[in-house]
Design a protein around this ligand. Structure first.
Ligand SMILES: Cc1cc2nc3c(=O)[nH]c(=O)nc-3n(C[C@H](O)[C@H](O)[C@H](O)COP(=O)(O)OP(=O)(O)OC[C@H]3O[C@@H](n4cnc5c(N)ncnc54)[C@H](O)[C@@H]3O)c2cc1C
Length: 406
């Protein structure tokens, strides 16, 4: 059978996992179509960390591409010849002193990547163009393995052999076929602010502490305030800050698990009041002051975990669906792993589909057999990392003292 006459695999979602899957299937001549709810010009300016085990696997799967080809396109500091390096150091954000110094053995393990640029790089990493249909928000799906139909809010319908649910933590596919699987809100507070400053200000305020690192890590007494570079040019720095901490008691005004998207974009007075009391040193004090924050584009992330049983997965397979990325294992972002597992899922699924093209259910079972334990362990690790990163400052200082005396 030639690839034109085979029924396509229908991929819902053009995030990291959907695009990597589509790219790898397309490179292997397996027909597929990606459907994405948003428009092509959507912007997700912020960056994510790609770990060595994530980006190396991706480069290998794409045909042993060189790392330099990736960093040249996705590194936030690429315009200045940077490679998206981060030093993984943590500083006391009330003094600027180093608490956890960079470990020379691991400082090249992470590449920081601008999300928009990463999506474009994945899309372009092959000879044949990807078939991505933007403005297609999935409404419903039905059928069984080998014979699926998907319907979109714009009224269009498509037939295909199997559905790949790459539609993220709020997966419509999951809610349709496994409505009992609900994301669990993790009790933590996370605000994120986007802002731009001149290169002069960047060099004066941030660079003396960050050096060439694309993240300036800062921890306080049970809270975190990293400053991160999204894009650095000769004249401008597009930056973001995060402020995170565990939830305080039952009436925490900054914990709003039911906030709508619009509410999440508003800046609560309680946030400004709290930031004022943090006693931050420069440069954090400069960017996290109530006056500055009022000028920033602020977003309150509500962090959710998704957990599925083997039984859920088996039911999904019977209904002609395979899950990848956050749709089946969204995890707290503090491990910096979710996007990397989305990449590995996609690689492993594409390999399995290429090996067992005539038996899709078997291919999907082989994929889950490999991915299951990796993803469950990552969810656990990410939860633990949140608590480690938000420990009391006395513990951080004690740890720093011990490390210095070793
Ligand atoms: C603030 C933040 C920082 C993070 N930092 C890191 C990090 O440093 N390192 C890391 O590895 N991970 C990080 N993560 C996690 C990482 O972003 C996710 O794990 C990753 O994006 C998951 O990819 P995905 O393709 O599964 O889902 P997504 O990236 O969420 O993509 C899902 C896509 O599906 C589309 N979609 C949704 N519903 C529909 C529908 N009904 N019809 C059609 N399309 C639909 C969406 O528009 C979206 O494009 C971070 C997450 C956040 C929120």
């Amino acid at each position: 059978m030639n690839s034109q006459s085979r029924s396509p695999i229908l991929i819902i979602g053009a995030g990291i996992s959907g695009l990597v899957t589509a790219r790898l299937l397309t490179n292997r001549g397996i027909p597929n179509i990606v459907f994405e709810a948003s428009n092509p010009d959507r912007s997700q300016g912020f960056a994510i960390s790609l770990r060595e085990w994530g980006y190396s696997s991706l480069l290998a799967a794409l045909g042993d591409l060189p790392l330099s080809g990736l960093t040249r396109v996705v590194a936030p500091d690429r315009d200045l010849g940077g490679r998206g390096w981060i030093d993984q150091a943590l500083r006391d954000n009330s003094t600027g002193d180093m608490l956890v110094a960079p470990d020379p053995a691991t400082t090249h393990d992470i590449v920081y990547a601008n999300r928009n640029a990463l999506r474009a790089w994945i899309t372009d990493s092959g000879e044949e163009e990807l078939d991505v249909r933007y403005g297609h928000r999935l409404k419903d799906l039905w059928g069984d393995a080998g014979n699926m139909t998907v319907e979109f809010e714009n009224g269009s319908k498509y037939d295909g052999s199997f559905v790949v649910a790459a539609d993220g933590v709020h997966s419509t596919v999951r809610s349709k076929i496994l409505p009992h699987v609900n994301p669990e809100v993790v009790p933590l507070v996370l605000y994120h602010g986007d802002f731009q400053i001149s290169r002069q200000d960047f060099d004066r305020l941030i660079k003396p502490l960050s050096g060439s690192s694309n993240i300036l890590g800062g921890v306080g007494d049970g809270f975190n305030t990293p400053l991160t570079v999204c894009k650095l040019t000769k004249t401008q720095a597009h930056m973001s800050w995060s402020y995170s901490r565990p939830v305080h008691g039952d009436d925490d005004p900054l914990y709003r698990p039911n906030a709508t998207i619009e509410e999440s974009k508003q800046i609560p007075q309680a946030l400004l009041d709290e930031l004022k009391l943090l006693n931050l040193a420069s440069p954090w004090a400069h960017f996290l002051s109530p006056e500055s924050v009022r000028e920033h584009q602020v977003y309150n992330w509500i962090i959710r975990c998704v957990f599925m049983t083997r039984d859920d997965i088996a039911q999904g397979t019977e209904k002609g669906v395979v899950f990848i990325g956050d749709s089946w294992h969204a995890m707290p972002i503090f491990g910096g792993e979710g996007g990397n597992h989305a990449i590995l899922d996609s690689i492993e699924l594409a390999n399995a589909l290429a090996d067992e093209e005539n038996n899709l259910k078997q291919a999907v079972a082989a994929y889950y057999n490999g991915a299951w334990r990796r993803c469950q362990e990552a969810v656990k690790r990410s939860r633990q990392r949140f608590y480690l990163l938000h420990r009391p400052i006395a513990e951080w200082r004690e740890m720093a003292k011990k490390m210095r005396s070793q």
